[in-house]
Design a protein around this ligand. Structure first.
Ligand SMILES: [Zn+2]
Length: 449
């Protein structure tokens, strides 16, 4: 209704205008360049009106094409998007294939077509990483970490960077930030645990481990072993601060978490006070894992009067639970040798040579023949045999193969955590003892022909 009134008014106005122009005719003269155009006012008005209509129609067509969905604008932006996505996928394939040049090219193209999309930042960062461009890598991951939608992913990249740069403190700060952002994400918690271990932050490592292993997992043997190692290191720290009681409690809990973990038993025995509880601790430790490292701790704790008393203790307190164990027999032999009970020593050594011979058995037999009978010829033969015999067990890093006389939480060579195992080295790896042995053989007089 309103539209028709407007149309009626417009036509009426045009009609009045046309009549007015017809009754008041005039001329218009346009001079431009060398031309002069002369026309009536009516004609000019008519042409102006036609031109205006044409411009209006063209403008409407342009707007319709540009803004309508799926029309010109949509077609253009979706083509750009497709090219961007194609570059993105090419880039990811190049990264997986390790093609650094192609990855960089694709990252630049993806950024051109998909400005500011989170994935293009990730591609750019990884391409920079592949090209070993540390500065660019850091910049891209920093940019990701600044945007809420890519912060977590950016932090992951920055943590890895900080680690490769050896900046572990910075890596911990970043991992804490990631942990606040998405609490309890498995890779973040594991990262925190590894970093605290690397930095010897034993208290923090224990806290994170408690978060990692809850419920059933906390009871697994490997978790108990790890907690035992951490408790032992905390005990050692307490000892450094001269807090003996706290150190003993921690060492004892380390021993209880894993009774077969010798270094924990050793420290618990060393720090224990004379009591029946201590005797029980010693007996239990030897029964669970008879290990030569325990001997020094037991002798130090108990302070025996003489070698005969020690031999008596080994025979009556340690041996009954593990009579046929190699280490039990070896210690009985050593104690008998020291107490000059030659016959007894030979009995134990012969038994070890029977069940589990290794170079140390033959070395003790050589010592026995030298001390008991002054039989240099027999001793020499035992020594030769010891060189060919399987080597004695030693602490060996399962990650890098390093051999150590004593256990430590981190391998002194590769810094692996809890990688030192007590075992016999592979043949062919000459140990320090073997080298010394070879020198002794040369010094001994050759048997008379
Ligand atoms: Zn190692």
């Amino acid at each position: 209704m309103t539209r028709s009134i407007y149309l009626f008014l417009l036509i009426a106005l045009l009609a009045i205008g046309a009549v007015w122009l017809a009754t008041n005719p005039g001329t218009v003269e346009v001079a431009w360049g060398g031309y002069v155009v002369e026309t009536s006012l009516v004609t000019l008005a008519f042409f102006t009106l036609i031109l205006g209509a044409i411009i209006a129609i063209l403008y409407r067509v342009f707007v319709w094409l540009k803004t309508g969905p799926g029309r010109l604008g949509g077609a253009l932006s979706s083509r750009r998007r497709n090219r961007g996505l194609e570059a993105l996928s090419n880039g990811m394939v190049a990264i997986a294939a390790g093609d650094a040049d192609e990855a960089r090219r694709a990252a630049i193209e993806a950024e051109k077509y998909l400005k500011g999309e989170p994935m293009t930042l990730l591609l750019a960062a990884q391409a920079a990483e592949l090209n070993e461009d540390e500065r660019a890598t850091r910049i891209y991951y920093d940019r990701m970490a600044e945007r809420p939608d890519t912060e977590f992913m950016g932090l992951r990249g920055l943590i890895a960077r900080a680690r490769t740069e050896g900046n572990l403190e910075a890596a911990i700060d970043l991992a804490n930030r990631a942990d606040e952002l998405k609490p309890g994400t498995p890779w973040v918690v594991k990262e925190l645990f590894d970093l605290h271990l690397k930095l010897r932050h034993w208290d923090e490592a224990e806290t994170v481990l408690a978060r990692m292993a809850r419920g059933k997992a906390a009871k697994s043997a490997s978790v108990k072993r790890t907690r035992s190692v951490i408790a032992l290191e905390r005990a050692r720290q307490a000892l450094k601060r001269d807090e003996k009681a706290a150190a003993f409690d921690l060492a004892l809990s380390a021993h209880q978490l894993d009774p077969a973990f010798v270094p924990a038993s050793v420290l618990a025995i060393r720090l224990s006070v004379p009591s029946r509880k201590r005797d029980k601790l010693i007996a239990e430790a030897w029964k669970t894992n008879p290990h030569p490292d325990l001997i020094a701790a037991i002798r130090e704790a108990k302070a025996f009067e003489d070698e005969a008393a020690w031999l008596d203790y080994v025979r009556t307190m340690l041996a009954p639970n593990t009579p046929d164990n190699r280490e039990t027999l070896m210690e009985e032999a050593r104690a008998a040798l020291a107490a000059q009970k030659w016959g007894e020593a030979r009995k134990y050594l012969n038994r070890v040579a029977e069940i589990d011979p290794s170079s140390s058995v033959y070395r003790l037999l050589a010592e026995l023949d030298e001390k008991a009978n002054a039989d240099v010829v027999a001793a020499r033969e035992w020594i030769l045999k010891s060189v060919d015999a399987p080597p004695d067990p030693i602490w060996i890093c399962k990650a890098c193969g390093r051999q150590e006389e004593s256990w430590s939480a981190h391998c002194p060579s590769c810094d692996g955590f809890d990688t030192l195992d007590w075992k016999k080295p592979e043949r062919g790896h000459a140990s320090k003892a073997d080298e010394i042995e070879a020198e002794i053989v040369q010094e001994l007089p050759a048997p008379a022909p």
